[in-house]
Design a protein around this ligand. Structure first.
Ligand SMILES: Cc1cc2nc3c(=O)[nH]c(=O)nc-3n(C[C@H](O)[C@H](O)[C@H](O)COP(=O)(O)OP(=O)(O)OC[C@H]3O[C@@H](n4cnc5c(N)ncnc54)[C@H](O)[C@@H]3O)c2cc1C
Length: 407
């Protein structure tokens, strides 16, 4: 190890996204000395989803934070509708979910992360360092013993009994640990941009599907965060065809955007988000556990990745907090987290892969405005809408707070 300054703690968390902040909060609540390292200066980034699911609202309820949380500006959605080939179809009805809050709350993710970090800071054993980018793992006799970090004041080493990799899809933790990643090909990428909102626009949470294409609009107050699905690797071709063609493609799905689509007058206003589905074969080794997208990158399909990341964090605290409070944890302890969370991850990723094969392919599939049979079933039998509601709202094997509270 190098001779730069070193700090020692019981647990280090790499990444202050949903998985990292929730794990940090719960471990600190249990009295574990925990340090979260986040490379950005704030949580104010656009590339994340805005969905707070019934399962997450349930967790906040169990933590006694729900009332305060719901004071923050947000919108509640009881039913998710999609516009399929021009037909509105209700596809998920949350009203009969076995949960305290039977809604999805839409809130910019930075507000959610600010909320969690504000509460985590109340615990004396919690520390959050922003602008701390982990650039390396440190090893001692084959065990992960800490991380090398680029900070505004130069490089530093942080040592810990356990490093939790919650650093998302392009994780340095799983790369440096040499973990094997299984990629499940995804045929789409997403163009991410802002378009202004007007008074009589359709309500929140609408996805516009047409022949394999999809336009998603997230209501952010005075503008829509827009996601437009394109074939993977297709941006160069789209650029060659020109902005006017892209405008036409977007308006074909969301006709009410026609009067303002010209706001997208420069390619700089359009970001490319690459979509992946993958999963680590092993989520841990001695001294290191990966959770959230770092262990299993999720596609935006179904908008469930945040939920899954938070559920991983809860399972981590449930299984490890008491042991971490006493001392270090073994690989066998860490494997329990993978054992508990791998099955729900597999189920959701399989459904996402199915959606990409059959529903959202990014390519124009066939013409005609008829509804596929599956969607007709949602119209004919409203009770069926409870199934997607369960998948999106709670997910398989929902977690509950069982981690201890420090005296
Ligand atoms: C286009 C798109 C849209 C999506 N929309 C939705 C949606 O609407 N709803 C939904 O549920 N899911 C959505 N998802 C999936 C969702 O974004 C992820 O599943 C979820 O964010 C995973 O949370 P996480 O905490 O594991 O990782 P992340 O949210 O990726 O957080 C990782 C954190 O680690 C930090 N970090 C990374 N590297 C380092 C480093 N070296 N040092 C320090 N910090 C580091 C990052 O800055 C980040 O803050 C979407 C995904 C995509 C690609």
């Amino acid at each position: 190890m190098s001779a730069v300054s070193e700090t020692q703690s019981r647990c280090l968390i790499v990444g202050g996204g949903p998985a990292g902040m929730m794990a940090g909060f719960l471990l600190a609540r249990a009295g574990v000395e925990v340090v979260v390292l986040e490379k950005h200066a704030d949580f104010n980034r656009d590339f994340r989803g805005d969905t707070i699911h019934p399962s997450t609202l349930q967790l906040l309820h169990e933590l006694g934070l729900l009332e305060e949380f719901l004071q923050l500006p947000h919108q509640e959605v009881r039913e998710i509708r999609g516009i399929f080939n021009g037909h509105p179809v209700p596809i998920a009805d949350f009203s009969r979910l076995p949960a305290h809050c039977k809604v999805i709350a839409f809130m910019p993710q930075w507000d959610f992360l600010d909320f969690l970090s504000r509460h985590a800071r109340k615990f004396p054993s919690f520390a959050l360092h922003m602008q701390h980018e982990v650039i390396d793992l440190l090893f001692e006799h084959g065990r992960v013993a800490g991380v090398g970090v680029k900070t505004p004041d130069g490089e530093r080493n942080f040592l810990a009994d356990l490093v939790i990799g919650a650093d998302g899809r392009h994780a340095i933790t799983h790369t440096k640990a040499g973990f094997e990643v299984r990629e499940f090909g995804v045929p789409i990428d997403v163009l991410w941009m802002r378009i202004s909102k007007r008074e009589n626009d359709p309500p929140q949470s609408l996805g516009f599907f047409r022949h394999g294409k999809l336009l998603v609009l997230l209501d952010r107050g005075d503008y829509f965060q827009v996601g437009f699905v394109i074939p993977k690797g297709g941006l160069d071709e789209i650029k060659q065809r020109g902005l006017a063609t892209l405008h036409r493609d977007i308006v074909a799905l969301g006709p009410f955007l026609e009067d303002r689509i010209s706001e997208l007058d420069d390619w700089n206003k359009i970001k490319l988000l690459t979509v992946q589905i993958n999963r680590l074969r092993k989520w841990c080794r001695e001294g290191l556990l990966c959770i959230g997208d770092s262990a299993h990158a999720m596609s935006p399909a179904g908008g469930v990745g945040i939920n899954l990341a938070l559920q991983d964090a809860v399972a981590t605290a449930n299984l490890l907090a008491a042991k971490l409070r006493q001392g270090s944890v073994s690989v066998a302890d860490l494997e329990l987290v993978q054992k508990r969370r791998e099955w729900p991850t597999r189920v959701i990723q399989s459904i996402q892969a199915f959606i990409h094969r059959r529903v959202v392919t990014g390519r124009e599939s066939k013409r005609g405005d008829s509804l596929p049979l599956l969607l007709k079933l949602f119209l004919w039998f409203p009770a069926l809408r409870a199934l997607p509601a369960r998948f999106i709202g709670l997910g398989p094997r929902p977690e509950h707070i069982h981690s201890p509270i420090a005296n």
